[in-house]
Design a protein around this ligand. Sequence first.
Ligand SMILES: [Zn+2]
Length: 292
Amino acid sequence: MKIIDAHMHLSHIQEFKATAAEKSFVDYSLDGILKEYRDNNVVLGIGMGLTETKPGGFPDEEAVTPMGLDLVEALPPQLVYCLGINPYRLGTQELEALERDLQKPEAVGLKIYLGYYPFYAYDSVYQPVYELAAAYRVPVVFHTGDTYSERGLLKYSHPLTIDEVAVTHRNVNFMMAHFGDPWVLDGAEVVYKNRNVFADLSGLMVGDTANCNRLKDSPLFFAHLRHAVTYCDHYDKLLFGTDWPLAPVEAYIRFVRELIPAEHHEDVFYRTALNVFPKIRPFLEHEGHALR
Ligand SMILES: [Zn+2]
């Protein structure tokens, strides 16, 4: 089965480097991810643009919009990315830069870091971003749920806060990263109710293979998630993602394979990403992968 990883990272972020070195034990480099992708038949990764101006700075008020994948000079054909938004840097100049970058084939979406930056999804600061998303037909990805930094503020990243944006901007598709975990039942309702809201299943656990297996096999750790996935009952709106380097690719695939009924694997691991991120299609054609 061919797989698209709809959520990964490849940026100089101190917290990611520390997690790779101390928890997930992945090789956090371009070679490292390409090897894991090759070994697991992952044909494309969608990186979430993110930068910090000083080590440990994220969420960084100084980072320039748009934020990219600054761990690599040039992206190989197996990687595309979403342009990261810093709401403190969204003046005329930054919006022009954003629009310029949206014209690059490899810029396939926009990423807003709810909870890391203290603004709600429906805040007026983000309105120009939604207008660009509509004009360039790219989705907006929201961080939702737990923040991987104790400086985050959870009220901004609750999945219910996506509902109003989804209603106001029906012409834009939104992807709720992490399904709003741990508020996944609320996340499921927002996905279920709004035709333009999708969710990725990335970042639901952090660590090496042994820890991922321990959590995956625990009777209760993912009980809330199983409940939410079943309640949502829209497997065509869920996307596989790893949040690499937070966990090894193979261990994460095994977890999602067990979570999602087999008849929906094709949607979750591959097909839904083509609908949410239409700009990725030429990358897959180029690689010789059949499209439906
Ligand atoms: Zn992430």
